[in-house]
Write a protein that binds this ligand. Structure first.
Ligand code: MTE
Ligand code: MO
Length: 370
């Protein structure tokens, strides 16, 4: 029999072995959080490029995958000319390609204390690639939107039940009209130059740059223009910040991504020789652009400016690096902190909220120099 104390030390060894195996460039894989619906994280620490292969893109689903694929989108509601568009028709319209990261608003939820309700994501519910599609505003103008329009609702083909309400629900979300009309809000039909894969929304999905990814509705089936606030459960119950544990006071919708960064190297709990260590990672924001990333190895007493490697694309994450000269053996904590052009900076303590959205506290990586 293994006694609990031994067990913890075994787990400790297994973790060390796993980490060293990963160091030997074993092929990365998605980490499964749930099988049905399929929720899987990206091996974000091991992918150091800007465009992720489809098979390494995180997957976040509320329901089992849809059983039928709809070959056209219907646009209706407060419009003069309701219409239906097939994939071929859409492909004939002028398109745009954007490098956009999608980050689940529940990314890093597992780090909240006290624990927050929901899928316990570590830091891999984020991925990035090139999305090609037609600006939604061009489609809305074909349909001739009524002047009274206030919101646009997007309905996906997937549906299922919820624990908190009776009935069958489609995954559906709305955008305020001005965001729907933004030239970079697109109906995407290609990812990295290939048709969207089924798991990521084939034949078309919405891509809403700078918003958390719940807005980017997959398997898009209906687009409905309305003058009323949309109150579907994925709009008015989920994807709302609830700052208090027991009441709904101060609730706020989840929209743009918080300023955030991630240390990709060194890996947590890794061992290193004294010398120079290239600390690397990524930083991103949903408002403006990343202005600076700072790294601290003395628990925040002093901060060092990291070098930013910007891509041309304005929504893409920024890669950063900082050369750390470390000669003294011992344990260290590396902190990384990003600041964006709207003046937002990562906090030491995350804004706790009941459903665990928008985690963006400064990341801490413990390592040892020996
Ligand atoms: N139709 C549909 N669209 C959806 C979802 C869903 O469950 N159904 N999940 C949303 C959420 S919460 C996220 S984080 C992203 C995940 O996109 P991905 O699976 O392509 O990574 O899709 C969004 N769009
Ligand atoms: Mo999400």
């Amino acid at each position: 029999m293994v006694r609990p104390r031994q067990l913890t030390s075994y787990i400790h060894y297994i973790k060390i072995i796993q980490r060293s195996v990963i160091h030997l460039k074993v092929r990365p894989y998605l980490i499964t959080r749930s099988l049905i619906p399929e929720n899987q994280e990206t091996p974000i620490h091991f992918l150091r490029h800007a465009l992720f292969e489809d098979r390494y893109f995180f997957r976040r689903n509320h329901f089992p995958y849809p059983s039928t694929v709809h070959q056209s989108i219907m646009i209706g509601g407060l419009v003069q000319s309701p219409l239906s568009l097939s994939l071929d028709q859409l492909k004939r319209m002028p398109s745009t390609t954007l490098t956009v990261p999608l980050e689940c608003s529940g990314n890093q939820r597992a780090k909240f204390t006290p624990p927050a309700f929901g899928e316990q994501w570590d830091s891999g519910a984020i991925s990035q690639g090139n999305w090609t599609g037609v600006p939604l505003k061009d489609i809305l103008s074909l349909a001739k939107v009524h002047r009274k329009a206030k919101e646009v609702i997007f309905i996906g083909a997937d549906a299922g039940t919820r624990n908190d309400m009776d009935g069958l629900f489609h995954y559906a979300r709305s955008l305020p009209f001005h965001k729907a009309m933004h030239p970079d809000t697109i109906i995407a039909y290609e990812y990295n130059g290939s048709p969207l894969s089924f798991k990521h929304g084939f034949p078309f999905r919405l891509i809403v740059p700078q918003w958390y990814a719940m807005a980017s509705v997959k398997w898009l089936k209906y687009i409905i223009v309305t003058d009323q606030p949309f109150t579907g459960p994925f709009q008015s119950i989920d994807y709302v910040y609830y700052p208090h544990p027991n009441d709904d006071e101060g609730k706020m919708p989840v929209t743009t991504m918080n300023v955030n960064s991630l240390i990709q190297f060194p890996l947590p709990y890794s061992l290193h020789r004294a010398g120079t260590i290239l600390v690397t990672g990524i930083a991103w924001t949903g408002e403006g652009v990343i202005q600076k990333v700072e790294v601290s190895v003395d628990n925040g007493k002093t901060w060092n400016r990291a070098t930013l490697k910007r891509l041309k694309e304005r929504y893409a994450w920024v890669q950063w690096e900082w050369r750390w000269k470390v000669y003294e053996k011992g344990e260290y904590t590396i902190l990384a902190k990003a600041t964006d052009s709207s003046g937002r900076t990562q906090p030491f303590t995350p804004m706790w909220n009941r459903k665990g959205y928008g985690y963006n506290a400064i990341q801490k990586v413990h390592i040892k120099i020996e």
